[in-house]
Design a protein around this ligand. Structure first.
Ligand SMILES: Nc1nc2c(ncn2[C@@H]2O[C@H](COP(=O)(O)OP(=O)(O)OP(=O)(O)O)[C@@H](O)[C@H]2O)c(=O)[nH]1
Ligand SMILES: [Mg+2]
Length: 470
């Protein structure tokens, strides 16, 4: 981490009651001293006396003006919040300038702050510093984004619990048990004669099974049962060009979000939007029509479509009621048949009510629904089918608030695999040196979750989800 003082506008750009410029780092108080003039009861309401930064008291609000020291021009009347290290968001000296919220006033204040010694913060850099300076762990940093992005009460509840440190505590408890076994085994390796009780491997095996393997499994299961409540169901709409994918997405969203046109190849990039279907939080993705093409932009769009389907919880495979199933439809099916599917037969307004689209036998068991995205027919049945399919897949766990995200789950699985290998090893009386490697691996995977072990790429991925100023 560099030790520059960083600054950014911490509130959304736009007009509003209050806008905040946030500064963090060694120079924060000095910058505040340079550009802030305290309100005084003198006739011109300006405290011209030098208000040295040493006189700022922590956790106080100061009323005054932001003044450009170069020309004495007042930029705004503000409240200055002072939080001295280490009792601040980043554990560094933090100054927040609460000004009026308008894009021009806030950017002038920010510019002045930058001119006087700060550099512009990157997205999430304040939170990254809180993590690097040890105030929060990585799960708590992630929770900050989750709180900002929360779309349902349940996801907010999960994120708040995670910010409080509940996920970290669960991980620490399991890690503590792993350390106990690790210490015991290493004692046996180092002093084989002194540690007699380790010859009895039943105790560490029981600890591994009850306090480690079982708890890891429980957390992974909680991901399976609650991640939809936490992250929203990932619903991807796919199909050939022009079958009405964008029309369907717009219908479900009840707004003209995606462009609809009669020529194929209208949607070239994916479009993602949140919505609720029968009380289930959903992230719907409209995608580029899938077909053979040499057009490089379409090729990229199609690659992205498949990336999305591969990560989806449910795929709406859209067909055209008005024409027979084509070679392209078969190819798409081949590629997505490993996902949970619903076949949506669109443009049913163009065919007779009794008309049945001929389908291969292998598709018969896939849930199907006839709709007309153009006229809004069959939408309720589609929504019921989505809810039914999802509810049969997930037994929604609404009780727990400690719910791993995908990154946590992948690391938990690695930890579980290593811990299970350690159990097997002990049962087969494998040498402790080898078992100790598995246990170390199980510990390392858990430390990746909390960020005791972290690499730059992982941190970049996590903090790039933040907005600037957070
Ligand atoms: N008759 C009828 N026309 C429809 C229906 N749904 C969509 N259309 C028409 O079909 C054409 C293509 O619709 P889009 O929603 O743009 O299709 P798309 O699958 O997103 O197409 P691409 O983005 O090009 O892959 C438009 O002219 C729509 O008005 C429907 O239910 N009935
Ligand atoms: Mg489209």
């Amino acid at each position: 981490m560099d030790n520059h003082t960083i600054a950014a506008v911490a509130t959304p750009i736009g007009q509003g009651g209050i806008g905040i410029v946030r500064i963090s780092g060694k120079k924060a108080l000095r910058i505040a001293t340079t550009i802030f003039r305290r309100y005084s009861f003198s006739s011109d309401h300006t405290d011209t006396c030098d208000f040295s930064f040493a006189r700022f008291k922590s956790h106080r609000l100061y009323h005054g003006y932001v003044v450009d020291p170069a020309n004495g021009r007042r930029l705004d009347e503000v409240l200055l919040a002072i939080m001295k290290a280490p009792r601040s968001y980043t554990r560094e000296d933090v100054v927040e300038i609460q000004a009026h919220s308008g894009p021009v006033v806030l950017s002038s204040i920010l510019e002045l702050v930058l001119k006087n010694g700060a550099r512009l913060a990157e997205p999430g850099e304040f939170t990254k510093r809180a993590y690097i300076n040890g105030r929060i762990d990585l799960t708590q940093a992630e929770a900050v984004v989750d709180i900002i992005n929360a779309r349902t009460n349940k996801s907010l509840e999960i994120a708040t619990a995670q910010l409080k440190g509940d996920m970290r505590m669960s991980i620490e408890t399991i890690k503590g048990s792993l350390f106990d076994v690790f210490a015991e085994i290493n004692a046996a390796i180092d002093f084989p004669d002194d540690v007699t009780e380790i010859v009895d491997v039943d105790t560490p095996i029981k600890t591994l099974q009850d306090k480690i393997v079982a708890r890891l499994k429980e957390l992974i299961e909680r991901y399976e049962n609650a991640h939809v409540l936490r992250d929203g169901l990932k619903l991807v709409v796919v199909g050939r060009p022009n079958v009405g994918k964008s029309s369907l997405m717009n219908r479900l969203l009840q707004k003209e979000r995606a462009i609809v046109a009669s020529m194929p190849g209208t949607t070239r990039d994916f479009i993602e939007e949140p919505l609720g279907i029968r009380g289930i939080p959903v992230i719907i993705t409209d995608t580029a029509g899938l077909h053979e093409t040499d057009d490089p932009v379409e090729v990229l769009g199609i690659k992205k479509t498949y990336e999305h389907t591969d990560l989806s919880d449910l795929v709406l495979f859209v067909l055209n009621a008005d024409c027979r199933i084509t070679e392209e439809d078969y190819k798409i099916y081949e590629r997505i048949s490993n996902r949970k599917l619903i076949i949506v037969i669109n443009k049913s307004d163009l065919v007779d009510d009794k008309y049945k689209l001929e389908m291969p036998n292998s598709w018969i068991n896939i849930p199907q629904v006839k709709i007309s995205a153009l006229y809004g027919q069959g939408l309720d049945r589609l929504k019921d089918l989505i809810a039914k399919t999802v509810l049969s897949e997930h037994c929604f766990d609404t009780e727990h608030t400690v719910v791993p995200n995908l990154r946590h789950k992948i690391a938990l699985e690695r930890s579980l695999q290593a811990a299970s290998l350690a159990v097997e090893g002990m049962q087969r009386r494998t040498p402790f040196e080898l078992i100790s490697i598995d246990i170390k691996e199980a510990i390392d995977s858990l430390e990746e979750i909390t960020g005791v072990i972290a690499n730059e790429e992982m941190l970049d991925r996590i903090f790039s989800r933040f907005c600037i100023g957070k």
